[in-house]
Design a protein around this ligand. Sequence first.
Ligand code: 5GP
Length: 209
Amino acid sequence: MSRGILTVVSGFSGAGKGTLMKALMSQYDNYALSISCTTRKPREGEVDGVHYFYKTKEEFEAMIAENGFLEHAQYVGNYYGTPKAYVEEMLEQGKDVILEIEIQGALNVRNLVPDVLLLFVTPPSAEELERRLVSRGTETPEVIRSRMDRAVEEAEFMDRYDYLVINDDLDTCVKEMHELIQAQKNRTSSRQEMIDKMKKELKVRKENA
Ligand code: 5GP
């Protein structure tokens, strides 16, 4: 079985990444969503081992020292990191692994794994982004302002990603993401075995001709 594809999904807070990931997981069965470790406290309704593995700062730093993360970063005063073992195991089993992480982590993964697929999710306009943040109804105006300010900074890095995924209609967006990931399987860098097999077969035919 061939190795799975590693994909990183980033996007503005409010772009709808969470909903997109849920839909992608429920509609297709070849994906594995990596669960990160974090030192931030669980939000209401979040479950340890489902949304994140919640760690103390000491536990997190011990995992850094043991080289337990594929990447880790600090975001608004907390650590976030991708446990290495699960990602490796799933890729090995042929699963397509998705990391939903912020930009700094995404660029670190690109340095480590050059053929990772980087996707950036955005709503169709800044107005729509603000509308979505407001309509969640859970954030104060200050939090909404700080997320919009952060989006200005994050937008500077959008062109470092391979593809932009515009989240206008959810179903269209999920389908588009799935197709982008599946197309990655035929990149020459993902098909080295097939390339070697063809080369060998062609040589044998030439010798026997
Ligand atoms: P939140 O606290 O809202 O759940 O997440 C804050 C940010 O951290 C989001 O942009 C999320 O994608 C990112 N994030 C979650 N897990 C990881 C991780 O393992 N590594 C990195 N670099 N970012 C992460």
